[in-house]
Design a protein around this ligand. Structure first.
Ligand code: PLP
Length: 384
């Protein structure tokens, strides 16, 4: 084994799920995927694609008509003007874009700014010799970045800032003014930005998603990851897309040839139907998450020792469990053993995630209510 591969850790989420193996009657609030089935018209398009002969190697960059549909969506929804010929690539989910971005930009010793608590980009950064540098996010500020904290984390080795709004695990949204402040810092210090936007559609209370690449002067220094996984309940189809400069996209295409040749042809045809078809399904699923967040919010805040801010987006709640008196791994393991509910320890999302749990509410209403009732029993049981 190389030293390089030893720098990659197993995902903490996977480790938590492994602890549930063999248990009965488990409710899973750990997994970050929609509980809905992929909408019918998308499945129908995939079935027709098979009959139409989409069974051969696709172009490594993705089918041109899919990239054209993506370009239209980017223009209309994100305010990003991208050339489908050169600036967009269809990828294996957003995950491939994370990997390709670190591969393309990170030299050994480069520092990469990540938010804490935030999604776990540590392994991909370290794999290429990069050094993750965390910027704390505070609950009192709704887990939104304080620009001065970002400035304090910069050094002469900083190469890239990773932004993930809406955020997994906190559900926090960075608004236009905050994105502009991050953009100003990136421009002033000549930094790249990797913007990971899997939850762009799952916004509550009428909030608007802002893509940092759409801001003046940012397109040429930003790589953006989008995915169909969350918006269209398509986690298993493995389709996303990268948006970047022609140079970045060409490098990604080159690597795609060597790595896996391309994104499964049938999945790309399903993606075409998703992006260019009716969008009501996205609104309906988002409305369900928006409704369910109240079950979680009210349920958690009624538990002694637990408090939870209202999620602004995504399908994650990030309750504060500091007053329960157990570290997040211990509490998550206790809840699992005592009441068979999977939750994710906040520590997985960084040192500032300690004292929190991540709960997914992409779970049907009755099951969600049952899960919260069980968590209450598990925590009350600790005090006895
Ligand atoms: C922040 C973030 N980035 C990337 C991904 C990967 O998504 P995909 O299924 O598109 O690979 C996820 C999935 O949970 C995520 O939450």
């Amino acid at each position: 084994m190389t030293k390089r591969i030893a720098r990659v850790d197993w995902s903490g989420i996977r480790n938590m799920h492994a602890k549930a193996a063999g248990l009965d009657n488990v409710i899973n609030l750990g997994i970050g995927q929609p509980d809905f089935d992929t909408p019918d018209h998308i499945i129908a398009a995939a079935k027709s694609a098979l009959d139409e002969g989409y069974t051969r190697y696709p172009p490594a960059q993705g089918f041109l008509d899919v990239r054209q549909a993506i370009a239209k969506k980017l223009q209309a929804q994100n305010g990003i003007c991208a050339d489908p010929e050169t600036e967009i690539m269809v990828t294996v989910g957003a995950m491939q874009v994370v990997f390709n971005t670190m591969l393309n930009f990170i030299e050994p010793g480069d520092e990469v700014i990540v938010m804490d608590p935030g999604y776990d980009y540590f392994s991909q950064i370290r794999l290429f010799g990069g050094v993750p540098v965390t910027v704390p996010l505070h609950e009192r500020n709704g887990f939104r970045l304080i620009p001065d904290d970002l400035k304090s984390a910069l050094t002469s080795k900083t190469r890239m800032i990773v932004v993930n709004s809406p955020s997994n695990p906190t559900g926090a949204v960075f608004d236009r003014a905050l994105m502009q402040e991050i953009a100003d810092i990136a421009i002033a210090h000549d930094l790249y930005v990797f913007s990971d936007e899997p939850y762009e559609d799952l916004m509550f209370d009428g909030r608007k998603h802002v893509s940092i690449a759409a801001l003046d002067g940012m397109k040429e220094r930003t790589i953006t990851a989008f995915t169909l996984s969350k918006s269209y309940a398509m986690t298993g189809w493995r389709v996303g897309y990268a948006v970047g400069t022609a140079t970045v996209i060409a490098e990604m295409e080159k690597l795609m040839e060597h790595l896996v040749s391309g994104v499964t042809a049938v999945s790309q045809r399903a993606a075409m139907a998703a992006i260019s078809g009716p969008q009501e399904c996205v609104a309906e699923m988002t409305a369900a998450y928006e409704r369910r967040r109240h079950i979680v919010y009210e349920g958690l805040n009624a538990i002694e020792g637990v408090s939870c801010i209202m999620p602004e987006s995504t399908f994650y709640a990030f309750p504060n469990i500091k007053d329960v008196g157990l570290p997040s791994w211990e509490l998550a393991e206790h809840i699992l053993k005592d009441q068979q509910v999977i939750t994710i320890p906040g520590l997985i999302f960084g040192a500032h995630g300690e004292g929190y749990l991540r709960l997914s509410f992409a779970v049907e209403d009755d099951e969600l209510k049952e899960a919260i009732a069980r968590i209450k029993l598990a925590i009350e049981g600790l005090c006895k």
